[in-house]
Design a protein around this ligand. Structure first.
Ligand SMILES: Nc1nc2c(ncn2[C@@H]2O[C@H](COP(=O)(O)OP(=O)(O)OP(=O)(O)O)[C@@H](O)[C@H]2O)c(=O)[nH]1
Ligand SMILES: [Mg+2]
Length: 401
């Protein structure tokens, strides 16, 4: 399939990104048409003259708009151009569709797709009623749309319920993890910035590699790995990447996946330094985080891909490190920074708690990271990692320190 791309901005970044999205959808790129618009035409998005220009170029390509079109615009443009007309949101949904592997990801994508479709059908219906003068006459096309709408609405309700079940299970898992008090670090950042590569670099277990690739949205599901930072145990979570103008249906649908980010103790914000407009990528990521309600979690800016030597012009935001996840450069500094933020003043304590002191044992188990636990004949042996201050009332159980 080949496509003509229609943009309303001369910013080369938008063109580049739309092309990458097409590539990820296996769509060949034909002409690129740009019209700078003062005002968007509600009926056809672009103006009459531009439509004529596209018509002249058109052979058998489809047309892809860089912005999200309204249902009416899609309908009118399809009629005028007599070919498939679609938009950037649809491309993103197609990519997610193809990449979704787990049941949860599949459901999330399905929900986003149905949410995208539903108002489109309704819009189409309104459009048809207008055409028929609103006389109350219901043509067969309109009936079909109403039928489709009901089917989709029903499917949407079913998928939402199914997803809620999965989310519940995930919450149980997370609660278990939380009780264990092991700090969670989440990787966040623009798509293709190198989050999965960094997870693979930091996780020593070669069996547990996650998928990394030079394409948009390589990762859709969340993976969590156990890693050690300066001998401290932590969990590192990799998740879906963000993109500028991320369709809000997607954010909504992926909310449960992104809950992991919400509950993290520390965020590593991975930035691709080889990308000229890196500042925009940072802003996009921070905006998405804000929309998820993540605002006060400590964050380290991880300026990645320094091996490509394009980082000289970067003005870093603190706290930060410069690394190459792929060639393992700067990782010591990253570990220093993480341990400074997460494990300052942390120490390992070995305690022996008599069985009669069940309450104290319960408190420590719930509030500290437990590295080892052994039920001995007369007492419980506990090896924990904590700040001295936090367990000051329990220091008399210490075996040695
Ligand atoms: N040169 C160079 N390339 C890197 C580095 N880190 C990652 N990459 C490449 O960047 C591409 C994207 O890497 P991923 O780790 O898949 O990126 P991601 O952030 O997980 O992307 P999404 O899952 O799509 O959000 C891959 O081709 C990696 O090999 C690096 O330090 N240097
Ligand atoms: Mg990834």
């Amino acid at each position: 399939m080949k496509a003509i791309l229609v943009l309303t901005s001369t910013n080369p970044f938008f063109e580049e990104e739309l092309k990458s999205l097409c590539e990820a959808c296996h769509i060949e790129i034909g002409d690129v048409v740009i019209q700078k618009l003062e005002k968007i035409n509600p009926a056809t998005y672009i103006g009459k003259g531009k439509i004529e220009e596209i018509k002249l170029k058109l052979q058998d390509e489809m047309i892809i708009f860089d912005d999200e079109l309204t249902p009416l615009q899609v309908k009118n443009l399809t009629d005028l151009l007599e070919t498939e007309v679609t938009d950037r949101t649809d491309l993103i949904l197609r990519i997610f569709d193809e990449r979704a592997k787990t049941k949860e990801a599949k459901l999330q994508v399905e929900i986003a797709r149905d949410q995208y479709l539903l108002p489109r059908l309704v819009g189409m219906q309104e459009h048809m009623s207008h055409q028929q003068g609103g006389s109350g006459f219901r043509g067969s096309g309109e009936k079909q749309i109403e039928l489709d709408r009901r089917i989709i609405a029903r499917k949407l309700a079913r998928s939402r319920k199914e997803l809620a079940e999965i989310v519940k299970q995930r919450q149980v898992q997370r609660r278990r993890r939380k009780n264990n008090q092991i700090p969670v670090i989440a990787l966040v950042g623009y798509t293709n910035s190198g989050k999965s590569t960094l997870l693979n670099t930091l996780c020593p277990d070669k069996q547990k590699k996650v998928f990394e690739k030079d394409m948009l949205f390589a990762t859709l599901e969340t993976s969590t790995r156990h890693i050690k930072i300066k001998n401290h145990d932590c969990l590192l979570t990799d998740t879906v990447g963000f993109i500028e103008r991320l369709p809000h249906h997607l954010i909504q649908a992926f909310r449960s996946t992104l809950e992991e980010v919400k509950e993290a103790n520390l965020l590593l914000h991975v930035v691709d330094t080889s990308f000229e407009d890196y500042q925009m990528q940072i802003e996009t990521t921070n905006e998405v985080l804000k929309s998820l309600g993540v605002e006060n979690t400590p964050m380290i800016y991880v300026y990645n891909k320094i091996d490509l030597n394009k980082y000289a012009y970067i003005q870093p935001q603190s706290p930060y490190v410069f690394i190459s996840a792929k060639y393992k450069r700067g990782l010591d500094l990253l570990e220093d920074e993480i341990s400074h933020l997460l494990f300052k003043d942390y120490e390992v304590f070995e305690l022996s708690i008599p069985y009669s002191q069940g309450e104290d044992f319960k408190y420590l188990q719930q509030h500290c990271y437990v590295k080892e636990i052994e039920y001995l004949e007369k007492s419980i042996y506990l090896k924990i990692e904590a700040r001295k201050q936090e367990i000051k009332n329990y220091l008399h159980y210490c075996l040695k320190h």
